[in-house]
Structure formats: structure tokens, C-alpha cells
Design a protein around this ligand. Structure first.
Ligand code: GAR
Length: 197
């Protein structure tokens, strides 16, 4: 048996693509991405999922969480990966899935994280502060935004003249696309072993 994974997205979906590619290469042996859910019907990530033959769903406001819960339960989802999912999940939602939801954040937590820090804003904040090193973090999701236990991190150098866009791309290439599939396998494997397999 493989851990049944749903990937939650909102935008372009390059992290979703990294997961799909890793799965194809056999680097996610204990998990299977069975569903991609977006809170945004126009997310390009949905096209990436369809091209890979993965089922998709849109769960948007109002009642996003109710729709999400129904969809996840209908697909017997055991683990969720937030891959550029730009909505904050309530305490009620996350406590249903303790240690079963992971998120990728484009900085070295605890820097430049929490409510209001997402996407390019994170990289803009790092450049404004003047740090010389940033990176990415994969962590468990709990009721505190970006506050759950850290699974893995990778540092990336900031270079003179970086713009938020240039830095975002470097952090994705050098950290996010490597870390997320690795973390997904670690958690999928743990869930399998906890279920006694
Ligand atoms: C990624 O950089 C991800 O780390 C970030 O949004 C981007 C989504 O890109 N997530 C957050 O900022 C969450 N707070 P993608 O749709 O191409 O994967």
C-alpha cells in the first residue's frame, strides 16, 4: 500500500511538478499523488495535474474548508502537501490531520514567515532586510502559520543585484524542488510504518 497524497495548490505549480517528476523517477516509493486540489479555478497547477493524469478538484470560498474536507474524505486522503497553497487553514481543520499536512515555505523559518509572508513578498522581505543567505523550509502544519515542526531546510545564497523574481527562481531551483519530494517521501514512509506495513 502507498500513502494516499493530496497536493493543495493555488498558482503555477512548479513544486507540484517537482513532486510529479520525483514520483515518475521512483523517488516517492511510499506515496502516491492521487488528487490535486486548488482554491483557485484558474491555477495553472491544475493543468499540470491533468497532463500527468492526476484527478483534480477546485475548493474555493465560500465554505472552502467544508468542501476540502468532503473532497479529501471522498478520496481517502491520508496526507496533504501544501505546495504554493495561498490560504491559511483554520485550527479546526489542521487538528483533524495532526502530522499529516506539510508545507513548503520559501525562506529559512523562523525568518520571513507567518501571516502575510507568501510568494514574492517573502523574497522582497529578505532583500529589504539585507540578509546574505535565505532558503526554503518544509514543515508540518499546525494552527500557527508556518509554526509547525521543521522537517528539512536548505540554504541559498543571495547575490548582489538580486530582484525578488530572480531570488525566487534560485530558491526554487536550489532548494524547493529538491526538498519537497524528499520531505514527502519521509512523511509518506512514516505514515505507512505507523499503519503497521
Ligand atoms: C513557492 O515559492 C512556495 O514556496 C511559495 O509559493 C511559491 C509557489 O510556487 N509558498 C508560500 O509562499 C507559502 N507561504 P509554485 O506554485 O510554482 O509551486
Amino acid at each position: 500500500m502507498k500513502t494516499r497524497i493530496a497536493v493543495l495548490v493555488s498558482g503555477g505549480g512548479t513544486n507540484l511538478q517537482a513532486l510529479i517528476d520525483a514520483q515518475r523517477r521512483g523517488e516517492l516509493p511510499d506515496g502516491e499523488i492521487v488528487l490535486v486540489v486548488s482554491n483557485n479555478p484558474n491555477a495553472y497547477a491544475l493543468e499540470r495535474a491533468k497532463s500527468a493524469g492526476i484527478e483534480t478538484a477546485v475548493c474555493a470560498r465560500p465554505d472552502m474548508e467544508r468542501k476540502l474536507i468532503d473532497t479529501l474524505e471522498a478520496h481517502s486522503i491520508e496526507m496533504m502537501i501544501l505546495a504554493g497553497f495561498m490560504a491559511i487553514l483554520s485550527r479546526d481543520f489542521v487538528t483533524r490531520w495532526p502530522d499529516r499536512i506539510i508545507n513548503i515555505h520559501p525562506s529559512l523559518i523562523p525568518s520571513f514567515c507567518g501571516e502575510g509572508f507568501y510568494g514574492l513578498r517573502v523574497h522582497q522581505a529578505a532583500l529589504d532586510y539585507g540578509v546574505k543567505v535565505t532558503g526554503a523550509t518544509v514543515h508540518y502544519v499546525n494552527e500557527i502559520p508556518d509554526g509547525g515542526r521543521i522537517i528539512c531546510q536548505k540554504a541559498v545564497d543571495i547575490q548582489d543585484g538580486d530582484t525578488p523574481e530572480v531570488l525566487q527562481r534560485r530558491v526554487m531551483e536550489q532548494a524547493e524542488w529538491l526538498l519537497l519530494p524528499r520531505a514527502a517521501q519521509i512523511v509518506a514512509q512514516r505514515i505507512r510504518s505507523e499503519s503497521g506495513e
